[in-house]
Design a binder for this molecule. Structure first.
Ligand SMILES: Cc1cc2nc3c(=O)[nH]c(=O)nc-3n(C[C@H](O)[C@H](O)[C@H](O)COP(=O)(O)O)c2cc1C
Ligand SMILES: C=C(O[C@@H]1CC(C(=O)O)=C[C@@H](OP(=O)(O)O)[C@H]1O)C(=O)O
Length: 373
């Protein structure tokens, strides 16, 4: 069973999109860890569907902590949080119940669970399950922020429109990261952001959907975080990021572009700066040998176009075992990228907090230094 992930901390998600509630269980929290419900609510708002560029299924997404929290702090025993599904319209799926949606998990869930799965709205395979991921992940985002680690993601590309790149200047990059975390639609260049929004709306007007690339930076992590071989920073984060429904690619640093470079270009030269080891460029994305090197961790994911579109599609009728056509109605995101950005932040936070706990023990949360000497 792998609805559960993590080592020092664990995160379990449960529920179905059209069931009564979805939720998460977190274990391993140091007693006294701050659970800032206002911060959690702000993060949830970034994932909330808004306007024509998102699904019309708007959910309040109120997070109810039902165990493991007392007077705003973690008790140290299992923390459980619940989010009710309040705006389901299962009837939308009734007419097409046996018609497998191309690109979605209808067929694969059938193949695995033999018809016992809750198929309404994609059930457990709905992007809806990312709501508890954000709620739980926010605890780790806050934990890292309190330690001076800033995680920020922008829509590097969406609907074919590219955002401005992250700055290479450390101070400007930190300012950009902080500004992104205040934004609803996370772009560095608002003009390009407006072009993205128009392109999403244009695809939606045609009954179609679009995808894009989410780029994350993590600032303020010390060198030395990451475990040997199978729990390298890249292995852990990629595993978590591929769990986000619709993510089909992950790369670190210059990623696939490294294939076209020479070693003399790909190696990040070391220098001393203010008593610290730094590199003069960051093509390896702040990770060498699976361990952080103290430079910004940089990674990108590919988010595919939403599978549920309104154009007529070829499929099969699984009950009748014959070819069929599918015309979806119902409420779907014409684009997932802008909503998935905070899911990405949350899972990066969880993965890195878990690796920090393995490196420093859960006491790493205390005080302002990392005790790295
Ligand atoms: C925040 C979020 C919202 C999503 N909204 C929709 C949606 O409205 N309609 C849809 O068909 N897929 C949506 N998806 C994507 C599907 O859940 C996903 O494509 C599906 O589970 C199949 O998984 P795969 O694409 O990883 O193979 C959403 C994903 C996320 C993360
Ligand atoms: C409800 C959310 O998104 C849902 C994700 C989703 C999917 O297939 O992933 C399909 C749609 O569900 P429904 O058909 O029930 O409206 C989206 O609305 C959410 O993200 O909170």
């Amino acid at each position: 069973m792998s609805d559960c992930t993590g080592t020092a901390f664990t995160l379990t998600v449960f529920g179905e999109s059209h069931g009564p509630a979805i939720g998460a269980v977190v274990t391993g929290l140091r007693p006294g860890t701050v659970i800032d419900e206002a911060f959690v609510a702000r993060q949830m708002d970034k994932r909330r569907a808004k306007g024509k560029i998102s699904t019309a299924r708007t959910e309040a997404d109120r997070v109810r902590f039902v165990s493991g929290v007392y007077q705003g702090r973690a008790t140290g025993t299992a923390l459980t949080l619940l989010i009710e599904n309040e705006n389901t319209r299962s009837g939308d799926y009734a007419k097409t119940a046996d018609l497998l949606r191309p690109g979605h998990a209808d067929y694969t869930a059938y193949a695995k669970y033999g018809g016992y799965q809750d198929a309404r709205g994609g059930g457990h395979f709905s992007g809806r399950l990312t709501a508890p991921v954000v709620a739980a992940g926010s605890i780790f985002t806050k934990m890292l922020e309190d330690k001076g680690v800033v995680i920020a993601t922008h829509l590097a590309k969406c609907a074919g429109v590219e955002d401005a790149p992250f700055s290479r200047d450390p101070e400007t990059l930190l300012r950009q990261a902080r500004q992104l975390n205040e934004k609803d639609f996370a772009v560095l260049d608002e003009v390009r952001g407006a072009a993205m929004t128009r392109a999403i709306e244009a695809a939606a007007a045609e009954g179609d959907s679009v995808g894009g690339v989410l780029e994350t930076v993590v600032l303020g992590l010390p060198a030395g975080v990451g475990e040997p071989f199978f729990d390298s920073v890249e292995s852990v984060l990629a595993g978590l990021l591929f769990s986000i429904p619709a993510v089909k690619g992950v790369e670190f640093g210059d990623g696939f572009a490294l294939a076209g470079l020479r070693g003399s270009q790909a190696n990040d030269p070391f220098r001393m700066q203010g008593g610290r080891v730094v590199t003069t460029q960051n093509r390896n994305g702040g990770v060498n040998g699976g361990i952080t090197n103290g430079m910004p961790v940089v990674l990108r994911t590919v988010v595919k176009p939403t599978p549920s579109i309104y154009k007529v599609q070829q499929t099969v009728d699984y009950a009748a075992k014959r070819n069929a056509t599918l015309q979806i109605n119902g409420r779907h995101d014409p684009c997932i990228v802008h909503r998935a950005r905070v899911v990405q932040d949350s899972l990066v936070a969880f993965g890195l907090a878990d690796l920090c706990a393995q490196q420093f023990g859960t006491a790493w949360q205390e005080g302002s230094s990392w005790n790295t000497d």
